[in-house]
Design a binder for this molecule. Sequence first.
Ligand code: SF4
Ligand code: SF4
Length: 236
Amino acid sequence: MISSFYENKKEINKQLEAIYSQILPGNCKSCANCCSESVGASFTEAANIYVYLLENSLFTPDLKKAIMVYYLDIYQKRNKCPFLDKTKRCKIYEVRPLNCRLYGHWLKDDYESNLKRLHKQALDISKEFNENGYEVSKEYLDFQIPYCHDFIGELYDLSFRNRLYDRLVNIDSGFIISNNLEIDYADKGIVEHIAGLLFDTEAIDKLRFENKLTDKLRRRLIKIAEHIIPKVYINK
Ligand code: SF4
Ligand code: SF4
């Protein structure tokens, strides 16, 4: 699928940029509070990030490790977004997804309603997992990034946001249909997408839900992650 992305990269980039350019720049304190977890991204946004990381030699052992740690811990604790560097800068700033770009632009009421929706989503996931014998942590359930009061700029309402999200969905579905791809189109964070392109996440999920992810195995997987060579799917 990344090879298909390469073939369509120019056109998809143009379409993504057309969406991103709708968001007016503002004044951000760069505190990085909004980078306290991996945010949601569309499939083509994630493919764009994967290619950016490859082309800029950013798949360092530390980054691969951080992605693995985030993935392993996903239902137990919230680690910071692995693309945040030590100086609180985003390693993928140029290609960061729409959700990151829109962060400071929330209206407070919309933001609070969205937190409630996310909490309900986490409760539903937790219920489903509990029924299957896997327990998610309280930290996972209760995690919330507080509303940002520090950003100064345009605030966008839900209809504006939804128009942009619809355009992202259109890019994804156009790409998936025209390339006849079978992609799990679930709501995913950037890290889940990128982890899925780097590691066998299905095998990790199976271990997790069978409660076989021991500390020893976890340490081994993190060590292995450091040495994984990201696939370069180029169809020239
Ligand atoms: S948008 Fe808000 S929370 Fe995010 S870095 Fe800027 S000031 Fe901090
Ligand atoms: S991708 Fe960048 S901007 Fe978005 S949450 Fe991660 S570090 Fe922050």
